[in-house]
Design a protein around this ligand. Sequence first.
Ligand SMILES: [Zn+2]
Length: 317
Amino acid sequence: MRRTLVLGVIVLTGVVTAAMLSAQGQGREGAQGREGGQGRGGGGFSFPPIQKIEKVKDNLYMIQGEGGNTAVYVADSGVVLVDTKVANQGQAILDQVKSVTNKPITTIVNTHTHGDHTGSNPFFPASVEIVVQENTATNMKRMDVFQEAANQNGLPDKTFKAKMTLLKGKDAIDLYYFGPAHTDGDAFVVFRALGVMHTGDAFANKGQPGIDRNNGGSGVQYPETLAKAAKGIRNVTTIINGHTTAPTTWQDFVDFGEFNRLFLAHARASLKAGKSPEQAMMDFKLPDKFKGYNLAGGRGGPGGNFGILFEELKGGQ
Ligand SMILES: [Zn+2]
């Protein structure tokens, strides 16, 4: 059983990794070359094309493809987008939005800095307000793409530290930050009246998360951050993940927190026992409920995230 799980095919995890590495400008060998070298943006990766917009709940839609999942929320005052995929997808996103509403896009929330979530920000006019967690604003300002004057309208206009609410009444959107995980600026975006949350890549999919230490991510703090989110956020039933093909549930989110706790505990024990990351991965046992998890992935090779965790635990901060 275990072997099958460990050696299972690389699917979404590889995509997320490749995108993450590419966002850091070091994706040449991302995902062990599995995504091929034809990708746009010099990152050596590619995503499926933009899909037709799909309804999640009343007034809330998602668009898959060409990067992270984009949420489209049709509020009274206009449309709020969460994440804008890779570069040069703005028109395609707008076309999908126009197929469900005539309202203008007024606001963009980026869940984190990576180029497959912020890439098409510059397409949207400066009048569109861009909101991110404050560490993500810092990270975005360091990205190559935003050094170019023509792209700087894609930088954030407004930031929050721990919590902010956008819009009012039934349209309210709560933005939360609980600490480092995938990066040091992961926002949880909650459509309050609908009980839906966009997690970005803090919960990209059911598998090993990307831990981008160059952008402040932390495998040691990851489980704690997710536990704080699970405790601090109420009344959510449905999750829009960074990179899945369908929404998941609140229980999936809670379980993902447990997965990360188990992963970290096994990393600590394995390091103490003098094991290599590869050995740690080989003898990592998970409860049955995680049998759908994909433990294969590009980052760290056969040792997966254990290599990253070992470095962090050894104090290579
Ligand atoms: Zn990411």
